[in-house]
Design a protein around this ligand. Sequence first.
Ligand SMILES: [Fe+2]
Length: 452
Amino acid sequence: MTLEMDAPQAERKLPFYMRGNYAPVQDEIESFDLKVEGRVPDGLDGVYLRNGPNPPAGKGVPGHWFMGDGMLHGLRLGGGKAHWYRNRWVRTRALEGARMRDEFGTTDRTVGVANTHVVPHGTSIYALVESSFPTRVSPDLETLGTTNFGGKLDSAFTAHPHICPETGEMHAFGYDWKAPLLVYFVIDKDGNYIQREEIAVTGPTMIHDFAITRHHAIFMDLPVVFDIERAMAGTMPYAFDDAYPARLGILERGRPASETRWISVKQNYVFHVSNAYEEPDGTIVLDVARYNELWRRDSGKNFDPAFLHRWTVKPGATVATESRIDHRAIEFPRIDERLTGLPYRYAYAPMNPDETAERELDFSQLARYDLKTGVRTHRDFGVQAMMSEFVHAPKHAEAAEDDGWLMGFVYDKARDTSDFWILDAATLETQARVLLPRRVPQGFHGSWCPGV
Ligand SMILES: [Fe+2]
């Protein structure tokens, strides 16, 4: 008997997020004047940034996919060209080995892996992870340091803030397993922290995203609850709890937290909101990628499939009506964000090619939902493809919804490298395929940052 393993055997022993295209890359590179098939649209002038976990060698295997140190991948587009690609770790204190909580339980929110999203607002670009303060980064992927908005931010900061297209405000929240459990706050268009409300949730749940409408903020207090045993084991410290009441909290924007209305929904979990809006009669519509359950204690699954659902809350209702929009598994839905919080028609999401949805988060098709007609179309990248989220950019400032581009990375297993694709949002046809000098690991979220 030998304790040595051959390389494929050793790889199989690693968790899924350290294998295949989930595995991190260990170098930082840049490449200029990239080869393009087709043509980068002249209207795209800016930087596409995307974040994701990328644990460096030497720090050991993280306890969960969500816990690896963040790495940005960026692509500079302009003048019909792809000028450069580069990747950089977000140079956080966590990357240097600092710990967010000390032995006395004190939390230092300047420490965080900054691995989940990268969001421009005003003159700043923030790399975000939901445990910690935002980390400001430059358009060329350099790390500028954390911010607490002049000392006013005293909580964690979600990786999913939402920017109101009408006011320019960035609405956000932070959650924790210690009180205050949920803090909602607003950053105005100039970067000032202008409102702070403590929302009275039932218990310490994992709250990954939320929604805004023209007049409301909507919180998802769902039954994935803090679990001390998991915390001690060094993995994500949350587990599904059938006894925990699933509720939506609806608060009118600008009003105190005490006015939050609580709406019951069926047991479920949601990481990501597609969008929310108000009907003329005050009905609130919220579209989400909904899981029946997540991280049940006796389940060996990493993720159940998520399906696009619509919750509808009538004025005065205490229960949300739920309908499933599609039977195909999707995640990471994005929209034309000029319509964040407003009536919208189209959503775009990576879709599982397997009708039985047994491949978990293994996406190789991009779905385009017309929520008015109920028609889904899709673009198939083929059996060798593994894709991540695609982001929408309007073709020009006055362009109609759907008159835009969709962009994102697709990994090609056969070539062991990735391409950056730009598709027409309406037809899903290829506008440009940018050939990259490397594979880009499966990641989380990105943004198109125009004009930077
Ligand atoms: Fe997310």
